[in-house]
Design a protein. Structure first.
Lengths: 81, 405
């Protein structure tokens, strides 16, 4: 399992989100999922990736409150500690 | 009087290329889209037409449907992004598929087996559900009327068009985007059709030929825009033809084999002609189901003779689109209806490609090898398009072409 440093988590999440559709340079910490056209199905896929890589299990309630890419990165980093 | 239904736009993705016109042009030239025993859409690159998100959120069969629908709507003069000619709730979508997103289903099953249940994608069901194509078109084009898929195996494409026409006739919708899509060139589908004894061991699609030994599987989509004829005329829509008649019957005989005498296929042809208020002698062309299986081509020939009578049957040109592209299963009826409409417009009888050794038992005019001029008896050509499916489903469409310019 990968070490969940903030830099590593950010890089992984940005890469994953970009693979779902948006251009990678759109995927900044400040970008909202709405702007990126990332919906609930994408977030479930993101959760699968995060769990595989860092062993962090995210539930539906966790995901509901995420608005931006930065929110997701911070949550994964916090949970991994 | 019931509402008349016209076709105002068509689009296709087939083994002969991306586009409806290329399908007819290459078929008329006697070309085949079949290579290595399969009719794959080799010229189709989803990335040329769809975004990354659209590609990963839909199975290949829905990709075909989306691309063909863009062409059909553009041809009908419907701006893809702008105002539709009808209120969105008055536009339906009826799409056929034989199987649905089989490639996605197989892929997710591999993931389940190899990596466990938690690795299965949340997109799985929307990828492989049979209505994925109808849902994709509804969302892509903002179609908010009745939208669903029909399944009747290899008869489904024609069932979709017939159902769509009925929806307009009864007033449930003013326009319906319809057709079919299929993408089952997968290991499981190949193995399954081989096991059923339906797939050609030689890999050659030669309907009505003495050496025919089964069908060749193809993939692709055909999409048609159907509109209430009056409303279409009011908006000055381009008209490619009319759905004059539609009927379907079932053999209730065998899971996969057609009833050998073509009794109920004939009943469907008769009923479609009755629905169109036309006599057999008024038919100018029959686009056959013509699968290249021993049984279909024989029972279909018998069905045509039963309806037309031996003498008239011999005078009606018949050809099989499957000779050029293979069998597109749930998309077949839709693609074949499109090819028929375009052939009527171009006044050309497309050939049964590869029909070199006539079967002495099959003695009708199958337009072997080379296209011929199409001389309709009346001002507007009349054609039948036959589709028969596993399960014993028989569907016949009666299509009218346009008067010559």
């Amino acid at each position: 399992m990968a070490i969940a440093t903030p830099e590593a988590v950010e890089a992984r999440i940005v890469e994953a989100l970009a693979s779902f559709g948006p251009d990678i340079d759109q995927v900044t910490r400040e970008a909202t999922f709405e702007e990126l056209d990332i919906d609930s199905l994408d977030l479930v896929e993101l959760a699968q990736i995060v769990e595989d890589d860092y062993g962090v299990e995210l539930k539906g309630d966790d995901m509901k409150n995420l608005k931006t890419v930065g929110d997701a990165i911070d949550l994964v980093v916090a949970r991994a500690q | 009087m019931r509402r008349r239904v016209v076709i105002t736009g068509v689009g296709a993705v087939t083994p002969l290329g991306v586009g409806a016109d290329v399908l007819l042009r290459r078929w008329v030239a006697g070309e085949s889209g079949i290579a290595d025993g399969e009719g794959a859409c080799r010229d189709f690159d989803a990335a040329e037409h769809l975004s990354k998100k659209e590609i990963r959120r839909a199975d290949r069969f829905a990709h075909f449907a989306m691309v063909a629908s863009d062409e059909a709507l553009a041809a009908a003069g419907w701006n893809g992004d702008g105002e539709k000619p009808y209120r969105s709730e008055r536009i339906g979508c009826v799409l056929a598929t034989g199987i649905g997103g089989l490639g996605s289903l197989e892929g997710q099953h591999d993931i389940l087996r190899d990596s466990g249940a938690k690795a299965v994608s949340p997109l799985s069901v929307p990828l492989f559900m049979v209505n994925a194509g109808a849902a994709a078109l509804s969302m892509r084009h903002g179609l908010r009327g009745p939208a669903f898929s029909v399944g009747s195996a290899c008869a489904a494409g024609s069932h979709a068009i017939g159902t769509a026409a009925r929806m307009i006739q009864t007033g449930d919708a003013d326009a319906v985007i319809t057709g079919g899509a299929e993408a089952t060139l997968t290991p499981l589908a190949r193995a399954s059709f081989v096991a059923a004894g339906a797939l050609s061991p030689s890999g050659i699609s030669r309907p009505f030929d003495a050496r025919r030994d089964g069908f060749v599987m193809g993939e692709g989509a055909g999409i048609l825009v159907l509109e209430d004829a009056e409303r279409a005329a009011e908006r000055g829509a381009p008209v490619l033809g009319e759905v004059r008649g539609y009927a379907s019957t079932s053999d209730a005989f065998h899971l996969t084999a057609t009833e050998p005498e073509g009794t109920y296929a004939a009943a469907a042809i008769e009923a479609a002609l009755r629905d169109a208020a036309l006599a057999p002698a008024e038919v100018d062309y029959v686009n056959a189901h013509g699968t290249s299986t021993e049984l279909n081509d024989s029972s279909e020939t018998k069905a045509i003779k039963r309806v037309f009578g031996e003498e008239v049957a011999r005078t009606v040109p018949i050809s099989s689109t499957k000779s050029a592209i293979g069998h597109l299963l749930g998309a077949a009826g839709a693609v074949e209806a499109i090819a028929t409409l375009l052939a009527m417009r171009e006044r050309v009888l497309p050939p049964t490609v590869g029909l070199e050794q006539p079967d002495p038992e099959l003695d009708l005019d199958y337009v072997p090898l080379s296209a011929r001029p199409f001389s309709p008896k009346g001002e507007r050509p009349i054609a039948l398009s036959n589709s028969f499916g596993f399960g014993g489903h028989n569907v016949v469409l009666c299509l009218e072409g346009v008067a010559s310019a």
